[in-house]
Design a protein around this ligand. Sequence first.
Ligand code: SAH
Length: 347
Amino acid sequence: MKTDLKCLTMQQLQNVLQEMSEKPFRAKQIYSWMHQKLVTSFEEMTNLSNSLRKHLGERFTCTSLEKLVMLSSKDGSTQKYLFRLADGNVIETVFMRYRHGNSVCISSQVGCRMGCTFCASAIGGKIRDLTVGELLEQIYAVTRDTGEHVSHVVVMGTGEPLDNYENLLQFIEMLTDENGLHISQRNVTVSTCGLLEPLRRLAQRKLAITLALSLHAPNDELRRQLMPSARTCSIAQLLAVCDEYFRQTGRRVSYEYSLIKGVNDRPEHAHQLVELLRGKNCHVNLIPINPIKENDYHRSDVTNVLSFQKILETGKINVTIRREMGSDIDAACGQLRRRYMDNPEKS
Ligand code: SAH
């Protein structure tokens, strides 16, 4: 298989070009074409000789994503993309305009093997990990399509990022590299269902990225019902690693809690959550669940959401309710890809 040059760090690219007896500055030029000017082919690299461009094309590939569908929400805040990968698989990516800047939510895998019972991405399991080039290209393709600057990246789309750990780390390195888009580490968020070992390794890396832990339940019994991956470790173990993450990085951890009517949204759940998080420098993000047709979970009533929030506030926990964006275009959590997989012609 041909090597995808878009997956290589500057150093790796320099090594490849050195083996081809090219001058070191060529690596910088090619890197800049791919990661700053965001081109998708070697032909566009017009400061390289014709013969080098041809040679690169024969020996290497340069990932690009094919836009299959783009939907805009009525309020203009959100655009949702379905992209086709070179092997025909389909992924979704979301572009969100916020007051603080533009954000892209990317997928980390094709499908997901974590099996969370409320999540559309779990249906059908994991097909494969995304490559570094495919992780980056989601942001590049959206930037090209909108013509707008992207300042924030959230790895919160389909897939479990820590189940694709090596690629995730190299992606973050390249995304924040001054020779690329140079996005600040502080503007990158990684959301995980909580895989203990990779989480420990991530804490040791001392990156300035934000960690979002998908908690969704205040006790192990309920969490294990909702999230099969929770059977491999306890909430106490996860919180201990998150505390370590905070110690190592100084970055406040965000806990995601999707509210499901009658399942995890009762006052006693909120009180248990306060006990778990008491005194921690953290933040809780309450997400009224997006119902999917494959299960019969329902969204909590507004009054329950507000009283859940109130209990956390009274317990001195920082808490917000996630603003909903793009639900009119199925922008929430894996639903567009599902619809496409069910019925490709209609999407
Ligand atoms: N695998 C990672 C990232 C992808 S999911 C993780 O588990 O964090 C991103 C977030 O959306 C997670 O918090 C996930 O639990 C949540 N989520 C998944 N399906 C949802 C749904 N139907 N409604 C609301 N939130 C959902």
